[in-house]
Design a protein around this ligand. Structure first.
Ligand code: UDP
Length: 245
């Protein structure tokens, strides 16, 4: 982000390097229930990102001192596979992964009815198999599906979506080149039903007006992504019914 370069990110027709319009998402595919032994799981392909999420819990929280007497704790772990990025990623959590795990945990916690499960932990594993920018928001989106698949009651499915600024234009859903050479990236997590925002970060710079445009774009996109989530959950449910008949 913010790297000065002569790379043109928007062409004379107003299109981006991958041919998208400013307010266009990358292609997204979701699948629910991809792992047998997790309580809930899901897989997402979002542009060049491939991310799997698995949920374990609610289960009694250990060590005991982390337990909360009146609610469950939500522990998300964001992790990038060594082969997920251009340059081999050293295994194990780095500062970035620790930060992302924290903000993702907080975003997910805001939609889960944690008060239903005192003294327990809900563990969410987000494994990035291939990264192409926007992994934290794709991770939140797929984690939300895994939580639903685990039967954990939530106020809403939560949707992650980023918007930003490249070549002085506000755009939706930055890819890797746009993230590297663009001016700003604003990852958000949105509850589509109430339009509440559970995560808002900003890398780079944009004006207040540009930020509100970016937020509006992400809100509209969140509704579309939410529909895809619902469809993905229905597909799994219909398959289960078919198998049992
Ligand atoms: N990235 C990388 N190596 C790293 C961290 C990130 O190559 O150690 C790439 C990866 O493609 C990631 C992108 O940089 O998706 C943008 O990273 P950022 O920290 O902005 O988070 P994200 O946009 O994935 O939520």
């Amino acid at each position: 982000m913010g790297m000065k370069s002569d790379i043109k990110l928007i062409d004379d027709n107003g299109l981006r390097i991958d041919g998208r319009l400013p307010n266009q998402l990358r292609p997204i595919k979701m699948e629910v229930g991809v792992l047998k032994r997790a309580d809930g799981s899901a897989f997402i392909e979002w542009g060049g990102n491939k991310i799997i999420a698995a949920v374990y819990g609610p289960h009694e929280a250990y060590p005991k001192h982390v337990q909360e007497a009146d609610r469950a704790i939500v522990r998300a772990r964001y992790s990038m596979a060594p082969f997920s990025v251009d340059e081999r990623k050293r295994p194990g959590p780095d500062r970035r992964a620790i930060e992302l795990s924290k903000v993702i945990s907080e975003a997910l916690e805001s939609v889960i009815f944690v008060e239903k499960y005192p003294r327990t932990s809900i563990d969410v594993y987000i494994e990035v198999l291939q990264a192409d920018a926007g992994t934290r928001v794709a991770g939140i989106t797929v984690a939300s599906l895994a939580l639903a698949d685990a039967g954990i009651p939530m106020r809403d499915l939560i949707v992650g979506c980023a918007a930003g600024k490249i070549d002085d234009v506000v755009v939706l859903d930055l890819n890797k080149e746009e993230d590297n050479f663009g001016q700003a990236d604003v990852p958000m997590a949105i509850m589509p039903r109430t339009k509440e925002i559970a995560l808002l970060q900003m890398d780079g710079d944009m004006s207040y007006e540009e930020l509100t445009t970016a937020m509006d774009m992400a809100m509209d996109a969140a509704e579309k992504i939410h529909e895809m989530q619902v469809e993905a959950l229905k597909r799994k449910y219909i398959e289960e019914v078919d198998e049992n008949e």
